[in-house]
Structures are given as C-alpha cells and as structure tokens.
Design a protein around this ligand. Sequence first.
Ligand SMILES: Cc1ncc(COP(=O)(O)O)c(C=O)c1O
Length: 427
Amino acid sequence: MKDLIPTPPPLVQNKFESVRELFSKNVVPSYGRFDLALSHGAGSYVFDVAGKRYLDLGSGIAVCCLGHAPPAITEALVEQSKKLIHVSNLYYTEPQGRLAAEVVKRIGAGKVFFSNSGAEANEGLFKVARKFGHDEGRFEILTATNSFHGRTLAGIAATGQEKVKKGFEPMMPGFRHIPFNDLTAARNAISPATVAIMIEGVQGEGGVTPAAVAGEIALRALCDEKKLLLFMDAVQDGHFRTGKFQSFQRILENVPGGEKFLPDGISTAKSLGGGFPIGAFWVRAPFADLLGPGMHASTFGGTPLACAVALKIFEVIEHEKLGEHARKLGDWILSELKQLAEIYPTVVKSARGLGFMLGLELAEKIPAFASSDKSAAIQFVNRLHAAGVMTIPAGTQVIRLLPPLNLKPQEAAEGIAKIEELVKSLA
Ligand SMILES: Cc1ncc(COP(=O)(O)O)c(C=O)c1O
C-alpha cells in the first residue's frame, strides 16, 4: 500500500532550490558557490531571491565600486546605448580614446589596450613581454608565489598557486615563481631567458598581502639593471581601492624616490567598469608601440558602451573623492579589525590591508569549526551570510573586505558590529 502512494510534490517550491536546480542541470559546475541566489541590489546592499538583505562588503570581488544599481552607471548605459553600443576596433570611437587618456593621465606617459577581463589584460602584457624579448630569445616571466593572475592557460601558468594548475598540465612554458617580497630570490631567479617580472601591489587571492615598500623600489632597479620589464597586476587592488588610483602610488607615497616609480605595464579590470565587463593594460611610453597593427586584438575590447560606463565611473569617483573616502574609512575599519585580533586572538590572528582592500586572518583551529571539513574562511563567510553580511574568502584562513568605494560610515559600522558579534560567539 505504501508503495502505491507517491510522495506529493512540495506545495510551494523554494525559489533558491529552483535556481540551484537550473544551475545543477545547465551550468558547468566550475565554481564552488555559496547557498545564496541573489536577485537585486541597491547601493551597498543586495537581496536574495527570498527577499533577505545583505550588506555587501565584497562588491562582486572588488568590482562594484559604486555599489549596486548606481544611477550614474544606469544613465551612462542608457545614454550611450542610444548612440552606439558596439563597433569593431577596425574603427575609431571617441569613448575609447577618451578613456585611454584618463588612464594615461593618472599613471604616466604610455598607451592603453582594452580587453574584457583581468586575465585578458594580463595576457596582453605577457604578449608585450614576449615581443620585447623576442629577438634575443627572452620570453620567461617571473611571478610571485601565492599570486593570482587569472584562469586562462597563461593566467594559470603565471599564477603562483598549485591549486589553479592541477589537472591542466602541462603548463604553458615561460613562467616561474619567486617568493613574494624577496629581492635576493628575484635576483637569483633571473636567467638569460627572463624578460619580465609581474607582481600584485597587494596580493588579493593570496590573502591580502601588500608588497614591501623597499621591495617595489628595489624591483624597479633590478629590472632596469637586467633589462627586464616590470609589470603590476592591478586587477584587484587598482582603481582607487587602496586610496590612490594605483596601489604602488599608495605604498610608495612619502617614500624618497617613490614619486618617480613607474612600472612598465599595469593590468586592470574589475572596478574599471563597476560591474560592466571591461579590462585594460597600460604600457609605458618606450614600449607602447611594441604591439603594432594586427598583433593583438579583441572583438569586444573597449566598446563605446563599456568605455562610456568607465568614463562615468572616473567622473563619479573623482567628483565624490571616493579614493580619499576609501582610505579614511578603510583606516577606521582596519583599526576595528585589529582590535578584534587583540581582544579575540583565539578567533582572529591578524588584520591587514590598505583602504578598502582588507583581510582578516582567522586563527588556526577555531573549535566551533572543527566538525566541518570546510575551510575556516568558508565557514566564517557562511556564518556572516546568516547574519546578513557578504565577504569574500581568500585561501583557507583569510576573509576579504572589498566594499564599494562609496560605502557609508554607518554601513561600515553595521558590518563591523556583525563581524564582532560573530567573532565573539566563536571565542
Ligand atoms: C590580481 C588579479 N589578476 C587577475 C585576475 C583575473 O581577472 P578576471 O577574473 O577578470 O579574468 C584577478 C581576479 O580575481 C585578480 O585578482
């Protein structure tokens, strides 16, 4: 009798479950996703499909620099879309030229190539390096251990983390890793084939680790001495996140000689478009024409629509002084996080970062996390979701705070209060 009565379908289907089902049936499962299906957002808040509100301190991993649904971006999109959304890079368009000029103005003499993502921006720089060293047979690029440079084949070869390479061997040749912030190791690693060094000013995925002040200046000198190009991957730490347009401008401010420091190439993406996909690399003047006509291209790179959005973002950030704001409020958040490390050392090991690129390193062996095989970072982020706050894990022990640049002081206070409540409950 029991077998004849089928289980009745649930009367109200859970919306999250139905979204998840669409994914499990149709989307390549290459991401480890949290149990959250998001529906819409406004400012620093985002809502899930059940209507629950979250304070978004991750902003799409350092992307939504003006928060969610910012009217300025909507307006720029609407206005530009009425004129011209896309034309081929076979033609000139004013927004792309103007955006390149804005980037050059803030970095230094050079030129810009537009891509669609951070990984692609790095790919472009790798090609610049290979072209630079080609006639001498130099092609090798040194990157740092724990670095992250994207998920393309060159990106995973460049990334200094084994986990992104596993299963995709053999790696593309021409990349070797050196310990971050270790100049002697960098010097010793240079071979006759080496042509460039690439670092992040603040390692993001690697756990929010800033480059050492002396290290940046010394790397520049080493690259000059050995005729190497020095590249900075600013995909995550760029675009005012640390308080200055570029993280090296923040790290080297007030450092003797710091104002003269310039890398030879910088890659960027994420906040450049505030959520609209766009990436770019800037290359310093002496090398700016290495990639000539026909040598590098992207169908969607630098469309009028993407560039109009990016131009508007520059305007808003500058007008509202959001770099300085991120710096000041970031200092406050960091001091609060450092206090948590002092008061609750069994839960928080340390806090670090610059501006709105902050990391909270969790202590080893938090008892409440012992029964799960998930990393401490993931468990912490999950519990913060339950409390209505979104943050981003980095590795197994660090959570990142990468809020929108226009985060309000009361929102920062709300986030800190919820983080403190969680830390206290775990102590
Ligand atoms: C430093 C850095 N470089 C490159 C990338 C890759 O960017 P994208 O995901 O846009 O390809 C990322 C992404 O997180 C990054 O943090």
